[in-house]
Design a protein around this ligand. Structure first.
Ligand code: NAD
Length: 261
């Protein structure tokens, strides 16, 4: 047994207000590549900037073309044991919130109370009109692209449509950012799972938790800039190590007594 896993289990057992902070690495075992690992998204595509999307029809067409390759991967993905382990923390009454940089919706699909999931970078399953704010399902809009519309327009007002995931250079959703900071500051343990912790401003979230006195635990395949200040670092695959730690923690939590004895 990895000693880090045991230490993580002890930390989880001793905590009551855990905030999980997740990144692309929690979903790689569901078949969605991350950005920075070899073979990740950056090896295949450069980013499309929000300003370019707004002003340049070719950037919009490129967004929808790429979506034909990338969205089916996200749409077909199913939660893995790392997502399930976080749901187990919620069932144990220990989880305040999951703050995620992911856009795949897999935390909700795993069975969290959706109110507990805070999405900092939006969600890939929706599309919104930038003119009239009408909402559409991504699957429906993708179908239109497949049928030959290279730049699908809003069916209500003919305005520009955009996936509800946050693009590079696009402001993050303010309400989610504010809530994520509040949750982090109210936590007693920030549990980072599968994030390089180099994408800002999202990566401020674990720093807010530390600033407010929480412990930090990191489950990640590679080094992060916060490893030195973490109480525990577990290096490896989240889908294997996190369920182990949560199962151990469950055994460490004292059963509730009925008060009669
Ligand atoms: P990142 O690509 O920068 O880092 C992912 C980290 O996860 C890396 O450090 C990697 O070593 C680690 N990792 C990969 N597989 C792992 C596994 N099985 N177990 C444990 N660790 C693993 O991702 P990030 O920190 O989330 O930041 C980049 C941006 O990526 C975010 O803004 C997010 O919106 C976006 N993104 C999201 C998805 C998704 O929704 N699934 C996919 C790709 C990118």
């Amino acid at each position: 047994m990895d000693t880090g896993v045991r230490q993580l289990a002890e930390l989880i057992a001793a905590s009551e207000q855990i905030v999980a902070f997740t990144g692309a690495g929690v979903s790689t075992e569901s078949g969605i590549p991350d950005f920075r690992s070899p073979g990740g998204v950056w090896d295949r595509y450069g980013p499309i900037n929000y300003q370019d999307f707004l002003r340049d029809p070719e950037s919009r067409r490129e967004t929808w073309r790429r979506g034909l390759h990338t969205y089916p991967v996200v749409a077909a993905a199913r939660p893995n044991p790392a997502h399930a382990a976080l749901v187990e923390l919620e069932r144990l009454g220990k989880l305040r919130a999951v703050v995620t940089q992911n856009i795949d919706g897999l935390h909700q699909a795993a069975g969290h109370d959706p109110e507990r999931v805070v999405e900092l970078h939006g969600n890939a399953h929706g599309v919104r009109c930038l003119e009239c704010s009408a909402n559409f399902s991504r699957a429906d809009v993708q179908r239109r692209v497949l049928e030959g519309e290279d730049e699908p327009a809003c069916s209500a007002c003919r305005g520009v449509l955009k996936p509800t995931s946050v693009s590079f250079g696009e402001p993050m959703p303010l309400e989610a950012v504010r809530r994520a900071e509040r949750e982090a500051r109210a936590s007693d343990l920030c549990l980072v799972v599968g994030s390089s912790l180099v994408v800002f401003p999202a990566a401020y979230i674990p720093r807010y938790a530390i600033e407010a006195g929480a412990e930090l635990a990191i489950v990640n395949a590679t080094e992060t800039p916060l490893d030195d200040v973490a109480a525990v670092v577990v290096r490896g695959r989240a889908g294997e190590l996190l369920p182990e730690a949560v199962a151990l923690a469950r055994g460490l939590i004292r059963p509730l007594t009925n008060g009669s004895g």
